[in-house]
Design a binder for this molecule. Sequence first.
Ligand SMILES: [Zn+2]
Length: 307
Amino acid sequence: MLKQRTLKSLTRAVGVGLHSGQRVEITLRPAAPDTGIVFRRVDLPNAPDIVVSAESVTDTRLASTLSCGNAKVHTVEHLMSACAGLGVDNLFVDITAEEIPILDGSAASFVFLLQSAGIEMQNAPRRFIRLTKPVEVREGSGPTEKWARLEPYHGYKLSFEIDFNHPAVDSTGQRVEFDLSTGSYSRDIARARTFGFTKDVEMMRSNGLALGGGLDNAIVMDDYKVLNADGLRYDDEFVKHKILDAMGDLYIIGKPLLAAYSARRSGHALNNKLLRELQAHPECWEVVTFEDVKQAPVGFAQPARAW
Ligand SMILES: [Zn+2]
């Protein structure tokens, strides 16, 4: 049987929120089979839980925000991406403020935390959402058109195309494809950082956003070039970060997908719209388990390879 996974032990980190600039402690703890990923606001009275689901997404303007009643958690996508990339199904995430720490701006710190706690198999079948028919969402038209699509595929593959009309971005790879069965999430995707432009950062700060952002946790660009002294981590780091974000946004559906995702100029909002479209069309997918691990797509039977 292909089994669900959680952590072997708990692990903790301290950082600041990208937008709030607030100090936050995060504790990742093992959770029982079929718990899913649950955020717990331990700083609020009665420590409310926020269970991950497509409907729990209430704001997608700059990051993916989940809510349950008045309890919120902002900027979940990089941690969710690390969980998707390493195949962690069940996890409690205790936080002491409303935003997940940005750490180095990528998913690499979360991968490190999860791997150092150790990943444990659980005695329950891993349930996948397997696409049987394509599902697609579109916005706009012509050169500014955005779209995102899920299609049947025996495995999990993502391809993304960006178009920023900025010299520092346009001189790098604009399109990338990543297949979980042949690539290594930790090596190929997890290290790609979030990015921003100085003119937007100034505007965001005047609106009380991006207060925790800087050259330590983002690629920052002026009108012409990357300002980080060490340059980029990958030649195509920008589009790879979009794959990283998409993996996190899609994992919010609560189960791993067996599908090919492709997108052009998509973001947190359109990715969430795609999940809602998928849920609205149950005739396009089925939930499957693998009694015989040999029937599972290549690479899914074992926990993700290390670096
Ligand atoms: Zn991101």
